[in-house]
Design a protein around this ligand. Sequence first.
Ligand code: PLP
Length: 458
Amino acid sequence: MIKTIIEPFKIKSVEPIYFNTREEREAILTKANYNAFTIDAKDVLIDLLTDSGTSAMSSNQWAGIMLGDESYAGSTSFYKFEAAVVDITGMPIVIPTHQGRAAEKILFSIVGGPGKCFISNTLFDTTRANIEYSGAEGIDILCAEGKQPTVPAPFKGNMDIEKLKQLITEKGAENISMVIMTVTNNSGGGQPVSMANIRTVSAICKEHHIPFFIDACRFAENSYFIKLREEGYAHKSVLDIANELFSYADGCTMSAKKDAFANIGGFLALRNPELAVHCRNLLVITEGFPTYGGLAGRDLEAIAIGLREVLDENYLQYRIRSIEYLTNKLIAAGVPVMQPAGGHAVYLDAKAFLSHIPVEQYPGQALVCALYTEGGIRSVEIGSLMFGKYDSDGKLIPAAMELVRLAIPRRVYTQSHIDYVAEVIIEVFEHRDSIKGLMITEEAPLLRHFTAKLVLAK
Ligand SMILES: *Cc1c(COP(=O)(O)O)cnc(C)c1O
């Protein structure tokens, strides 16, 4: 008999969650200007805003915190961190940063700038913002199947190879700062990229002397999907698969707040020593000395341990299964959800879920608000509030998809929490016709979704 895939851990320390009523949540939401980022964490029952920095650390990681060497230079913890990154990526140069975006900022300040462009399967929001802030342009060329939320395919994070070739001809290789492959594709549904796609993109980049980088936040989840779905990888270890994946790249940026189970941290890993000199020069003025880069020794220690723990296949099996479990419950109830399940989150297709709300009234954000009011669940819109632009007449240019992401923190919630989440979503789905759209009253020029204020549309 096939047995339930259980949480591969037992609980040593617990943290309370707080309950409130629907009336209280309605008042909280109004006060928060219909923006879930401005709701206080204490007012959230199940927090699926992000899987970033929200992981439960293991007893080994907590033990590592006590071993943290806080020496300013040459800390023992740095060498453990460096060894873990080198073992996984095979890249000899490891630069610690306080988050993934700090690694991006340093790298793009050097290789970006006006007239340059960056090509990706899909750039994450901070990645795109750092590219645009440097004056460069970010271009997403996701494969066609990746843009159809409810049509299943094994590798919906793949890059469109034909478009890549076209863009190189159009833009000129010398104007392309780099090609960045995001694994898994966070903004595109946490969908994996195949090894074949990575290999082909890498070969094209080599031929045109364009640097090829990996945005590696969820490299272990992506590697596990390759093991499950790509021919020839079933018998390889996840570490071997990760090694091969990184072997095709010139460098990578990573947020340790994702697959490294850390609450803070990131890094930049490189092969090119000249580029590393420039990066370290910026590092010392923005982050810190090269052996700590904006992190405490104890953080470096926790990341070093987390990077090895995430390769445990019992963990990855449970991780991927828990996302699939929620996705399948929603599919069974007829809820429009991204298929197949991604690696770290469940994505609701808000355009189909709230088909009566036009994109100009942000159906994704309306759904985020409804899930909070109904069940105290916090999620995030990944659609036109996050990625929408305006044309010269001030008319909204909508995002390709209107998604709501329910990101599952690693090792934090149990199956009954997830059952509750499914019940709330299904309840909202049954009453979807009563949900109203929203309009923006205030917004920032970059990353507006973090601080935008909204009201109910008339
Ligand atoms: C989280 C994330 C980043 C940025 O990392 P931070 O640690 O949040 O700064 C970059 N790319 C992807 C794909 C991410 O998921």
